[in-house]
Design a binder for this molecule. Sequence first.
Ligand code: 4NP
Length: 157
Amino acid sequence: MKIGVLFVCLGNICRSPMAEAIFRNLVESQGKSEQFDIDSAGTGDWHIGDGPHQGTVQKLAEYHIATEGMLSRQIKQEDYDRFDYIVCMDNSNIQNALPMLGIKESSKVFRLLDLIQDSRDVPDPYFTGDFEETYQLCLEGCKALLQKIEADKRSHS
Ligand code: 4NP
């Protein structure tokens, strides 16, 4: 059984595709790709079928992380069963995602940067224009997420 990890933001063009690509790269660099089912989705429907924002594509290219083939989609109820970790970029994403997943609350659904010391929302570069800040925070969060998943695995085995 693969470990399912879904990253969630509002538009699925800036933050969650960035986190998805960073997490996929991290897992790949550790030779663990086969163990994971990784995806991202938005709570909004404005960008369905679109590729990631140019700012996200450029920032990831700067760090040699691929974005080919990534397309925006909206979160759906079946995602709740498919994924073990539903990792939201900010608190409003959690509030919007829960009813779309058909649930009231779940420990599966949490905020990426609640895993780091300086617990906070991932700032949205669609509005801030600062893709570097978002990249660094997503990277820190994704490292913490992989550590949490490894710790969860150990405690369940
Ligand atoms: P994201 O950023 O949630 O990080 O993908 C946004 C992208 C698009 C919009 C809002 C946020 N929008 O309103 O179209």
